[in-house]
Write a protein that binds this ligand. Structure first.
Ligand SMILES: [Zn+2]
Length: 595
């Protein structure tokens, strides 16, 4: 049996190691020795069976209080169930957090629930049969429960339960100590996945739950507006190792009226020539025809145009696409997919280069987008994808880059295998300073020799453990510690702090660390489209750089939310005679900088 401890300490996923021959399957269900090795109590007082005739039957959260606390090991022998385990051990670091796991005869998995945790399940097939081992006898006086829809926990069930007992339905609200209750999210806005978006596996394990958060770019302009709330959870696929969000927000909501404009970042403007030179030097043509997917305001395509290339942009944000077209970069205002690729091909033929900068991790219909890139490319063309490196997110603790627009957190391994599924082959890579550290990868339809830079990066990734669930759980622990430290640092300041950078990333950081308008007086941002608006969930007013200069004195402390642009921002502020301190939240633990 293979034991994997999940995010809640003492909760194990146990995978059978079956012996299969012509007669069928033989597998072990319990082993005193192996259970003991994982500190699981092996005393079995009861073994129970639960038969459930109907699909979407819910059996609620039950547990026994000490001294009758019981450990349980559950297996689903027929049908299938969606099981949630919640941690109710008040001293546990994961108190009130929960995980979900799907059990069915095909995955041959069991889940062990230690004393102090409760579990509930929803059948996802008719006629489901569940077997339990319990370490204690049933003690009615010690029995406690949590309601399946208790707002203090925000459980996410894949389906509405159709059948539930009166007793389970009437369990009163669980009292949460010292933590504000969160609402259950606006369900019209999002869908929860139960299969990996890349490989369709159902084996998704939770890495971290950053709580219910408003979509990061839903800035609004009046205090009474309540932005929609959507769970922000990172999952790890056991099968293909892709790290991804558990929920997809309606893309129409996220991207149709986008506020991120590439041209407002000096770093992006500087990086574009480097990007251009790198891409051109790997192309077989001196002046390739180029299609830019998610081309934003055309800042990058403009440099290709200036180098003599024929360019076309495709970007779903109508406001920004129209502006790019007006500025001489023809841009189609649509979500890119196979259909758009076929249309562009029949209008203007195949192209020599397709670029996608910081867009592939955002797309829900990812297979259609990658396939579309293959359709657009001529046989000797190249594709260029820039994405925030999953390795740096992990090693530098960039959890602020986890937000609803950003569905995938790719490693070299996972992006390589995604491209391979569509007969596209990576052959080289370079780095980029964007987002605090990104990869730019180059791929083709034919198999080209891998560059030494690519071979080296692949090797380093392998030894870093980036593609292992356990390494991501370590990341999750560090994130929690970081958030506590940053909040304390802000609370320690004598006056309200000023912040810099109202980006999508800062929204995650502020919401997760519970830093809001009570702690931050305003946020400086260079994008004029954001001035006068409030940050989502944390209600901090966004102001211009010029306006901020009036508020700054020698006592001011600036929280540098745009830490990935820290040199650019600090130089600018120092040149404007700002002499106060900076709090730099990331990468790694927060730092205070005086010079
Ligand atoms: Zn997968």
């Amino acid at each position: 049996m293979k034991f994997t401890e999940l995010k809640l300490g003492g909760v194990f996923k146990i995978e059978a190691e079956p012996f299969i021959d012509d007669r069928g399957v033989f597998r072990r269900h319990f082993c005193e020795k192996e259970f003991s090795e994982h500190n699981i109590a092996t005393k079995i007082q009861q073994a129970n069976v639960s038969e459930n005739k109907y699909i979407h039957t819910l059996r609620g959260f039950h547990y026994q209080a000490e001294p009758s606390g019981e450990g349980k090991t559950l297996s689903c022998l027929r049908g299938s169930i969606f099981d949630i385990v919640v941690d109710l051990r008040t001293k546990s670091p994961t108190y009130m957090q929960w995980i979900s796991i799907e059990l069915n005869p095909e995955n041959r998995m069991s889940v062990h629930i230690p004393p102090g945790c409760a579990n509930a399940f929803l059948t996802t097939a008719e006629d489901s049969l569940i077997h339990y081992y319990c370490s204690e006898s049933y003690t009615p006086d010690a029995e406690k429960g949590v309601r399946f829809d208790d707002p203090a926990f925000d459980f996410i069930w894949p389906f509405e339960p159709l059948l539930i007992s009166e007793k389970d339905l009437n369990i009163p609200d669980y009292k949460k100590y010292g933590v504000t209750s969160v609402s259950s999210g606006d369900r019209r806005m999002f869908e929860t996945i139960h299969h990996c978006r890349i490989c369709d596996s159902r084996q998704l394990n939770e890495v971290i739950n950053l709580g219910n958060q408003p979509p990061a770019n839903s800035l609004y302009n009046d205090l009474s507006t309540k932005p929609p709330l959507v769970p922000l959870r990172l999952l790890f696929c056991e099968e293909c190792t892709t790290v991804q969000l558990g929920e997809s927000v309606d893309p129409e909501y996220l991207f149709n009226d986008y506020l991120w404009v590439t041209g407002t970042s000096d770093m992006a403007k500087e990086h574009r020539n480097y990007f251009l030179d790198n891409a051109l030097s790997r192309s077989n043509k001196a002046c390739p025809t180029v299609v830019g997917i998610g081309s934003n305001d055309g800042t990058f395509l403009e440099s290709f145009k200036n180098a003599g290339c024929q360019v076309l942009g495709i970007d779903p944000a109508k406001n920004i696409a129209d502006e790019a077209t007006e500025n001489g970069i023809p841009t189609i205002a649509e979500f890119f997919n196979e259909d758009v690729a076929n249309r562009v091909c029949s209008d203007q033929g195949k192209v020599d280069m397709v670029t996608a900068r910081n867009v592939i991790p955002h797309v829900k219909e990812i297979h259609s987008v990658i396939k579309g890139m293959g359709i657009l490319l001529d046989d000797d063309g190249i594709g260029v994808i820039e994405f925030h490196s999953g390795g740096l997110i992990m090693s530098g603790l960039h959890y602020d880059s986890i937000y609803h627009e950003h569905l995938f957190y790719f490693s070299l391994k996972t992006i390589t295998s995604l491209l391979k599924r569509h007969s596209l082959h990576i052959f080289d890579l370079t780095t980029s300073p964007i987002s605090g550290g990104s990869w730019v990868i180059y791929f083709s339809k034919d198999i080209r020799p891998k560059s030494s830079a690519l071979i080296k990066a692949e090797h380093e990734e392998k030894i870093s453990g980036l593609n292992n669930y356990e390494t991501w759980l370590e990341f999750s622990k560090k994130v929690k510690k970081h958030s506590e430290e940053l909040k304390q640092l802000i609370l320690n300041q004598k006056t309200k702090v000023l912040a810099y950078g109202a980006s999508a990333r800062s929204s995650t950081l502020l919401n997760y660390c519970e830093i809001d308008f009570n702690h931050i007086s305003s946020i400086i941002d260079k994008n004029p489209m954001k001035h006068g608006l409030l940050t989502p969930g944390t209600k901090i007013p966004i102001i211009s750089f010029e306006k901020a200069l009036d508020q700054i004195n020698e006592e001011t402390v600036i929280l540098l939310l745009a830490w990935n642009l820290s040199n650019e921002v600090m130089t600018e502020l120092r040149e404007s005679n700002y002499t106060g301190k900076f709090i730099i939240p990331l990468p790694n633990m927060p730092k205070v900088v005086n010079q």
